[in-house]
Design a protein around this ligand. Structure first.
Ligand code: NBP
Length: 488
């Protein structure tokens, strides 16, 4: 059925993401060639294309046939495991590609790998895009958020396809040209860092409601469902509500969520985000706390042993003693604490993006990034529209928290936020994300911090000098001599 060079685009790598994205592209009316190293996945995809509406999708079984089946200038999306598989796939395909053709890596790739491959590709006249794809299986199939960065000419070749394939929201498709170099991968990485923060904060809200408020799964499903009709409306809140409703089919007894081992997995993008924040001297404590929590969740056996040791030493569990708690107020407080904590986390992510953009000269448009995250992706949320507006109002906004609208909201929510963190601390329920966000807010909003004392200490032992608040210049003091004099 397939004739030579009929496809408008190609996609190599037919695991979860590739298969679904290819079907999405075909469904939007763009004939597509597909290829996978293990060819049974080509057949699987063809079968789905047939079942899901005779979609214009053409299977190819060798790299050569695959490349030659695509119209020139060719655009080929690669969706294989990040790292060496991408290099191997590029090597296999580029042998048949020609100058002016484009490789688009849609994986969660480290941005510097993309920049290295861009240089290699340009030596053979090939163009290159690193394109973040978010939304998981369902997003890929029905409309993801797409973050393409790299050669602008390559973007122009396919933007009409990407705009149809991406999720659609009230102000357009969830795709935009991100910037040069590895900016698309970098933006996707920070998106994932924010996703880590969101998931951690939601899990802490659950922990407090369950263990300080005594809420059961049915009530939690209701509460999260209700929250999803207000300012917290988002994909993650919606799926959380669903999760609490699911029964355990394995045993037919109780809810599945209670049977899941409390060890969180990860694939590395959260760690990269925190590493980059440190490299760029950007405080991202909420995202860092979510990463640390995943590490500590992995110490299941150690944590169980520690619980026994502290119990023997007389530590009493304060949780499940819910008689003194005003449940209705707690629920409302947790909602406000979750919202305020999330805004701090987004502020951290946005500041990281801005710092990297300045370092690399990418010219990232933070308002536009918030816009393309409004649909399709895992962190899609109603308040992203307001984040978009905040950066549109003032592209030079120093921090999301000082946008007048968000500043007002933080002030309105801080009492509830402090009550939740205070209650959790008192009861020994760990809330590292919520407290990191609150500490971020409390540090950022204070005109004077105790950093003066740290400067004095640094100058005392290391002659690092300090500045004064009342006159210019840099100063050094013989602290020990003066202190000795003061003592006598
Ligand atoms: P995986 O990350 O699980 O990768 C599986 C694919 O990589 C298969 O097509 C496999 O081919 C191919 N592959 C491997 Br492994 N080694 C290869 C090699 N040496 N040469 C050629 N192909 C090779 O797939 P995925 O979950 O669909 O994710 C694809 C990318 O999208 C990843 O970068 C991932 O991080 C990213 N991503 C995933 C999600 C998600 O929800 N899963 C969301 C957003 C982004 P084979 O069939 O021959 O083994």
């Amino acid at each position: 059925m397939e004739s030579a060079a009929m496809s408008q685009i190609g996609l190599a790598g037919l695991a979860v993401m590739g298969q679904n994205l290819a079907l999405n592209i075909a469904e939007k009316g763009f004939p597509i060639s597909v290829y996978n190293r293990t060819t049974s996945k080509v057949d699987e995809t063809l079968d789905r294309a047939h079942r899901e509406g005779q979609l214009p999708l053409f299977g190819q079984y060798t790299p050569k046939d695959f490349v030659l089946s695509i119209k020139k200038p060719r655009s080929i999306i690669i969706l294989v495991k990040a790292g060496a598989p991408v290099d191997q796939t590029i090597a296999a395909l580029s042998a048949y590609m020609e100058p002016g053709d484009t490789i688009i890596d849609g994986g969660n790739e480290w941005y510097e790998n993309t920049e290295r491959r861009m240089v290699d590709a340009s030596a053979s006249g090939l163009l290159y895009l690193g394109m973040g794809v978010s939304g998981g299986e369902d997003g890929a199939r029905h409309g993801p958020s797409l973050m393409p960065g790299g050669a602008h000419r390559a973007y122009l070749n396919i933007h009409h396809i990407l705009e149809k394939v991406a999720a659609q929201v009230d102000d357009g498709p969830c795709v935009t040209y991100i910037g040069e170099g590895g900016s698309g991968n970098f933006v996707k990485m920070v998106h994932n860092g924010i996703e880590y923060g969101d998931m951690q904060l939601i899990s802490e809200a659950y922990d407090v409601l369950k263990n300080a408020g005594g809420l059961g799964n049915e009530e939690l499903a209701e509460i999260f469902g209700e929250w999803n009709r207000g300012e917290l409306e988002s994909f993650l809140i919606e799926i959380t509500s669903d999760i609490f409703r699911v029964e355990d089919e394995e045993t037919g007894n109780g809810h599945l969520v209670d049977k899941i081992l409390d060890k969180t997995g990860m694939k590395g993008t959260g760690k990269w985000t925190v590493q980059q924040a440190a490299e760029l001297s950007i405080a991202a404590p909420t995202i860092a706390a979510s990463l640390d929590s995943r590490y500590m969740s992995g110490l299941k056996e150690e944590r169980e042993e520690a619980a026994e040791i502290f119990k023997k030493e007389g530590l009493k569990e304060e949780i499940n003693n819910v008689s003194a708690v005003d449940k209705k107020r707690l629920i409302d407080d947790v909602r406000q604490a979750l919202y305020a904590s999330k805004i701090c986390s987004y502020a951290q992510g946005m500041n990281l993006l801005r710092a990297k953009s300045m370092e690399k000269g990418w010219g990232l448009n933070l308002g536009e990034l918030a816009r393309i995250w409004k649909g399709g992706c895992i962190i899609r949320a109603v308040f992203l529209d307001r984040i978009k507006q905040a950066y549109q109002r003032n592209p030079g906004l120093a921090n999301l928290l000082v946008d007048p609208e968000f500043a007002r909201e933080m002030v309105q929510r801080q009492a509830a936020w402090r009550r939740v963190v205070g209650l959790a601390i008192q009861k020994g329920i760990s809330v590292p994300g919520m407290s990191a966000s609150l500490q971020y807010f409390d540090t950022y909003r204070r005109g004077r911090l105790p950093a003066n004392l740290v400067q004095a200490q640094r100058d005392y032992f290391g002659a690092h000098t300090y500045e004064r608040i009342d006159r210019p210049g840099s100063y050094h003091t013989e602290w020990s001599k003066l202190a000795r004099k003061a003592r006598v």
